[in-house]
Ligand binder design. Structure first.
Ligand SMILES: O=C(O)C(=O)C[C@H](O)[C@H](O)CO
Ligand SMILES: [Mg+2]
Length: 426
């Protein structure tokens, strides 16, 4: 049995030497680490009296410091002296005990604690997270990458490069003629970081142009690459239900793996209208933070994939509940995995994805080398898949000395306005 990271004792075959099983594992410190190796990340590190520590991601793109304050002022003081083994009780304390439930800030703070405690439990027991969840349901996890271009030709070429890298699933986003900005069209090849300035960058959006243009992209992609590649597209909340229904219908000939965030999903009813008009698979959920945001969508089978994440939806403890509920209704997982989710979330997600029976796909936007150096990890990418490691816990660490070299750099997400100036969904 491997040594539990952060603890000098080995874990012997008979299980003796296992810390955190028979005896309490008391929390002695809970520290928030903010670092910006090219983009901001917020990490919570929980230390215990047996020397075992765990880390969790608390990054909320563009609102990082709200979660930092929530953790430092309202959560960390509650943790000191608690038994780290009591993951569920701690989750309930932080969820019910706050009185003011749900929301992206609260649920990210809870997620950071939850994932750090799962990490500690794995290290204490000498077991990788997928073993604690119920063992592997698959040896590798299919991922999708982000291909984008200023126009259709550039995007078609970018998809080809991802196919050459071995990806079997690729999201395609393209510029729209007449618009200077379109969602998902970045400046770099592999890295797309939308939070680009300390105050929101204003962009202009025109759904009508977009609706006539996108089907041409997927026509070209199918003409060029045939039926095999799994193609995905993100509507990024910008369409009304009728517009989303129209796009879904117009994309049916191109057999998309999914159309994501077709319309803002606070109104779960809206998906009923979209569903009535198209068989294009629907995915939603990266902005959701509890099961209550998606309960109706799932049980009325208005969607095909739920995109909630470990960092966004209260950690492994709550995401597992959402996944199990989704499994009852035949809805599969498709966790969000943009670069603003740290390697800690991605590392934990690969374990979750290896276990979850109703797995769909995992988004995988590569982090930069600078980010990967701050967050050493044992998950590996190979030919369109991620493979979880077998180190105890989630297999991701933080190099605090290196993290300290990258101070917080205030950034905000862009905003979008329609051509008449109406503030719209970015
Ligand atoms: O990756 C996706 O599907 C996204 O929609 C990325 C989001 O725009 C990004 O995470 C916002 O910070
Ligand atoms: Mg998205």
């Amino acid at each position: 049995m491997p040594a539990a990271d952060g603890d000098a004792r080995t874990v012997r075959a008979d299980g003796s030497g296992l810390v955190g099983v028979a005896s309490p594992l008391l929390i002695t410190a809970a520290r928030v680490i903010v670092t910006c190796p090219g983009r901001n990340f917020v990490t919570l590190k929980i230390e215990t009296d047996q020397g075992v520590y765990g880390i969790g991601d608390a990054t909320l793109n563009g609102r990082e410091m709200a979660v930092v304050a929530y953790l430092n002022d309202h959560v960390c003081p509650l943790l000191i002296g608690r038994d780290a083994r009591r993951i569920e009780d701690t989750w309930q304390l932080l969820y019910r005990g706050s009185y003011w439930r749900r929301g992206p800030v609260t649920m990210r703070a809870i997620a950071a604690v939850d994932v750090a405690l799962w990490d500690i439990k794995g290290k204490a027991l000498g077991a990788p997270l997928h073993e604690l969840l119920g063992g592997r349901s698959r040896d590798r996890v299919m991922v999708y990458g982000h291909a984008n271009g200023a126009d259709i030709e550039e995007t078609v070429d970018a998809v080809g490069r991802y196919i050459d890298l071995g990806y079997q699933a690729i999201r395609a986003q393209t510029g729209v003629p007449g618009l200077t900005n379109a969602y998902g069209v970045g400046r770099g090849e592999m890295h797309y970081e939308p939070a680009d300035a300390s105050l929101p960058t204003e962009t202009v959006w025109d759904t009508r142009r977009y609706l006539t243009h996108v089907p041409k992209l997927f026509q070209r992609l199918r003409d060029t690459y045939g039926p095999e590649p799994r193609l995905l597209h993100d509507g990024h909340h910008r369409m009304t239900p009728q517009e989303a229904a129209r796009l879904g219908k117009s994309l049916e000939p191109y057999d998309l793996f999914w159309l994501e965030d077709a319309t803002p999903a606070e109104n779960q009813e809206a998906f009923r209208l979209v569903r009535q008009h198209t068989t294009t698979p629907l995915a939603v959920g990266e902005v959701f933070n509890t099961i209550w945001d998606c309960k109706d969508l799932i049980q009325e089978q208005l969607i095909d994939y739920i995109r909630t994440t470990i960092v966004g939806a209260g950690g492994l403890t709550h995401l597992r509940r959402i996944a199990d509920f989704a499994a009852v209704w035949g809805v599969r997982t498709g966790c969000h995995g943009a670069t603003d989710l740290s390697p800690v979330t991605l590392g934990a997600a690969v374990h979750f994805d290896a276990w979850v029976p109703n797995f769909g796909i995992q988004e995988y936007m590569r982090h930069t080398e600078a980010t990967d150096a701050v967050f050493p990890h044992d998950y590996r990418f190979g030919a369109g898949f991620l493979i979880p490691g077998d180190r105890p816990g989630h297999g991701v660490d933080i190099d605090e000395a290196l993290a300290a070299r990258y101070p917080y750099d205030p950034r905000q997400l862009p905003i979008a306005r329609l051509t008449d100036g109406t503030l719209w969904n970015w």
